[in-house]
Design a binder for this molecule. Sequence first.
Ligand code: ADP
Ligand code: MG
Length: 240
Amino acid sequence: MIELKNVSKWYQDFQALHDCSVQVEKGEVVIFCGPSGSGKSTLIKLINGLESFEKGDILFQGQSIKAAGVKLPALRRRIGMVFQHFELFPHLTVLENLTIAQIKVLRRSGADAEGKALSLLDRVGLTAHARKYPSQLSGGQQQRVAIARSLSMDPEVMLFDEPTSALDPEMINEVLTVMAELACDGMTMLCVTHEMGFARQVADRVVFMDAGSIVEISPTDEFFSAPKSERARDFLGKIL
Ligand code: ADP
Ligand code: MG
């Protein structure tokens, strides 16, 4: 589904990614973890073209995202992204947040868009809040709306960058539950998260990054029971 081949990325003269290679298969859930500043967000942003890169290549379903003819808006439609800060449209209701891109970008009819939005709100347990504004919802509810909004575009892959890091502890689980259900439904997911319980339960593989490099890629069980690298052992020692 996604393949990074020897990707390097510089911010001016600072090299943020060194020769990163990883493949993610359809239906796989892959967790990216590592210390702050290790390049996780940068790597995720490259995949849907939020940042450019200088060396290497990224293939989406076998095609380079740098290829002529691959348009960024089209790419972003097929690769959903959920950030730490949900950035819903504050002046639109929850329902309108979920229909606007369907209508304006996918050219769905209002009725079709609304039907899809309502079924997604049901899926994330927020049907009762459809007519509210984002400011009337808790952080956890807003993040679930943001996930539903991403799903409204029928993405083939979902990228998550620390989707629960800005939430109060009691709201983290409701968001992780939605993500776990999505994984169960077969969505291909690349998630940056420090939620190691979630990683253990849901992830197929773990990618450990440090200082801009992919240090190890392991099946989840192996990563937690016997990490290959000293640096991953140190990292797990600190956060578990
Ligand atoms: P992580 O998500 O793992 O914390 P990031 O990908 O955000 O790491 O950052 C990796 C490195 O790149 C850090 O040293 C960070 O300071 C640097 N960096 C990130 N974004 C920028 C930017 N826009 N300009 C310059 N440096 C950046
Ligand atoms: Mg980050």
